[in-house]
Each structure stands twice: as C-alpha cells, then as structure tokens.
Design a binder for this molecule. Sequence first.
Ligand code: CA
Length: 237
Amino acid sequence: MKILVIEDEKKMALFIKRGLEEERYIVETAFDGQTGLEIALHNQFDAIVLDVMLPKRDGFAVLSALRGAGNATPVLMLTARGNTDDRVSGLDLGADDYMAKPFHFEELAARLRSIMRRSSPEKSTKMQCMDLILDTVAHVANRWGKEIELTTKEYALLEYLMRNKNRIISRSMITQHVWKHNFDPESNIIDVYIKRVRSKIERPGSPRILQSIRGVGYRMKEVISPDEDIIDDDDDI
Ligand code: CA
C-alpha cells in the first residue's frame, strides 16, 4: 500500500517515512503543500498524512483542493498541539482523522490503518489465491504452509495483484499503485519484480497463479483447470 506524507519539517517527514517503510508501506514525501497536492492528484495513494502548517499551500488548502477535485483518498491531518480550531476545520474539509504533534509513531500507524480500513470496508486482513495467503496486517505471505520472505516492493506488488485477483492488471496500473511518481515507463523493472515474486510464490509442478497476459499485463488467477498452467521444470518462473 502506498502512502503520501506531506510535511515540511524534514526530520518529522523522514521519521514517519522510515517508520512506515518498516511496516512495509511504499512511502512518498513532499515538503510543501503545492508539490504534495500535485503528487496526490496525479497518483493513487491508499492514505495521505497531511501537516497543517506548510509552505506554499497550507494543509487546509491542499485538502480542500483534493476533495474539490473528487479525490477521496483517506487523509490523516497533523495539527499543532491543542489547536481545536484546526481539528474542526480539518474534519469539516473532509479529513478522516487528525493527530496532534508530538505523537508516538505506533499511534500514527494505528490511525492510518483505521482510516484505510474505513475507506474500503471490504478489505479483509487476509487475502487468498489458491493456497497462497497474504496477511495484510503482518505483511507476510504464506504458501505450502510456510512463510515467504518478500521485500517491501515485492510485497506491495503482490498485494496489489491479489487485491485485484482474477482481473487483468496493466503495467500502467501497477506503476500507479506500486511505484513512485518519478518512475521511468521505459524501464523493465516491473518484469524484474514479477519474476522475483514468481520465483518465491511458485514452483515447478504447481499451478501458475501469477500469469502474464502478453502485451496487456498480469493477473493473479485462482480458477485453474487441472491440465493447464502447470509450471514445468524448464519454464521461466
Ligand atoms: Ca509544518
């Protein structure tokens, strides 16, 4: 899952980013309101952490421009301690929650999980495709009854594909949801990551669940007839 942090105090922004990355989120940062708004409008995020006091455009202006553009990404606002007016204004403008600084990172993470859950109640904490199970709270995958080690990026890619199980996902959708906005569309990095994920979640003799659809994209496929899509030893996994 992808989170945008808009916060001009670099120390604070990096503290949040590092913490969220440890929890396996893909994190982008913006250090002023204008840049943050542009990134938010041109990319898909699962949540935005938005500071109120920002250069160029403050958090309220960013939030109202976002909501005005029909963007419903869950927003957690960071307000100055004890400033009740800020909280009320934020909620009025469509923020999903607010937190006063300073805060404990664990609380920020918990509130983010909560607003993301609320925004998409159908998201359960476990996703399954055949016997591959993804735990979206612990951010681990399991198959053949054992845990599969995934890097942050591999996990994000797999989670996105699993969330859209049985649906063909184009490369540009993957770019939008899993990579950062400065991604080079010419690069073959998606293929590289698909291969890496496959090498971890599939093995010879088992059905191919992460399919390539030539010229279109990829699909996590659950319903597989017994005689198709079995991976041979010499297949390119
Ligand atoms: Ca600030």
